[in-house]
Design a protein around this ligand. Structure first.
Ligand SMILES: C[S@@+](CC[C@H](N)C(=O)[O-])C[C@H]1O[C@@H](n2cnc3c(N)ncnc32)[C@H](O)[C@@H]1O
Length: 284
């Protein structure tokens, strides 16, 4: 089982207004790419999209699919690059409503599990930003099923594209396990309460799982960028504390404060990281 629709709703359907308060204006809910280290979050998010645009070898005439497209932030970037036809899929109805409300030209999106998705034409390029962490539960990982689940995903993606298509892929990673009980409890809280049903993959699992469908042409990790991104989200959450407590309740504020504080610590302490890969479809 991947994260179910109701588990996705726990993670993403708190309220679009709530997420807009502490994410950036386009609502990227994934690591930005800080290049100089001093740029604003908004610019670092655009830089992330540019890296993945280049990894996907995009141009304005290519038909592209964004798998797990969130509230449409990367789709909006593609529109800004004058890409004429952009498809996106998400499991969250609230995210889908937000994308529809943005009324973006050339954009088609749908609420569908990627496993059920049946495109009517082959894509020139794919992009997916931190969706794969919903595809394997902790229980499945304990049973040794992670690589097979990720491989099934990469196989499906491969079946959707034209020969030689490129895929701009980004995933949050789990690296080390903290040593003390309080840190372990905070990580478990994040997994159980904020992102139920999900688990961050290990880099070596992804490297194994792309075979035999995709060749890795480039790979970059950006642990410190995710640390900066989550620190900025946390600062914005704190800035709106009064409003969030009043409008969404103390529990929502305190849960997200604990979750984002844990994320900042996880990237600082090497427990978690983030990877971007340029993949190219192999002949099979
Ligand atoms: C962390 S969010 C990332 C959203 C977006 N890519 C971004 O950068 O802000 C993960 C996304 O994956 C989607 N997702 C998770 N499991 C999915 C599945 N099985 N099929 C389709 N979308 C899925 C969620 O609905 C959500 O939009």
């Amino acid at each position: 089982m991947t994260s179910t629709q109701s588990e996705i709703e726990v993670a993403y359907d708190v309220s679009n207004e709530f997420f807009r308060l502490w994410l950036d204006d386009r609502m990227h809910y994934t690591s930005a790419s800080y290049l100089s280290g001093t740029e604003a979050l908004e610019q670092a998010q655009q830089q992330k999209c540019a890296i993945l645009y280049n990894f996907a070898e995009m141009n304005s005439d290519k038909l592209v699919l964004d798998i797990g497209c969130g509230w449409g932030a990367n789709i909006e970037y593609l529109v800004s690059r004058r890409v004429k036809r952009i498809h996106g899929i998400t499991l969250s109805t609230a995210q889908h409503e937000e994308i529809e409300a943005r009324n973006l030209p050339g954009v088609w999106t749908k609420v569908v599990d990627y496993k059920e998705f049946k495109p009517t034409e082959k894509y020139d390029a794919l992009q997916s930003i931190e969706m794969i962490d919903h595809l394997c539960s902790p229980a499945q990982s304990h049973k040794g099923q992670a690589v097979d689940l990720y491989r099934a995903y990469f196989a499906k993606c491969h079946s959707w594209v034209k020969p030689g298509a490129c895929f701009g892929f980004q995933a949050i990673l789990r690296n080390r396990v903290p040593r003390n009980r309080k840190d372990l409890e905070d990580l478990r809280f994040t997994a159980d309460v904020i992102f139920p049903g999900g688990l961050n993959p290990r880099l070596e699992e992804l490297v194994a799982a792309v075979n035999p469908y995709w060749e890795i042409l480039e790979l970059r990790t950006q642990r410190t960028s995710y640390g900066k991104t989550t620190a900025e989200w946390l600062a914005r959450l704190h800035k709106h504390e009064g409003h969030i407590r009043e409008r969404f309740g103390d529990k929502v504020y305190e849960d997200y404060d604990r979750y984002l504080s844990t994320c900042v610590k996880a990237f600082d302490n090497y427990w978690s990281s983030d990877v971007q890969m340029k993949l190219q479809a192999l002949p099979v």
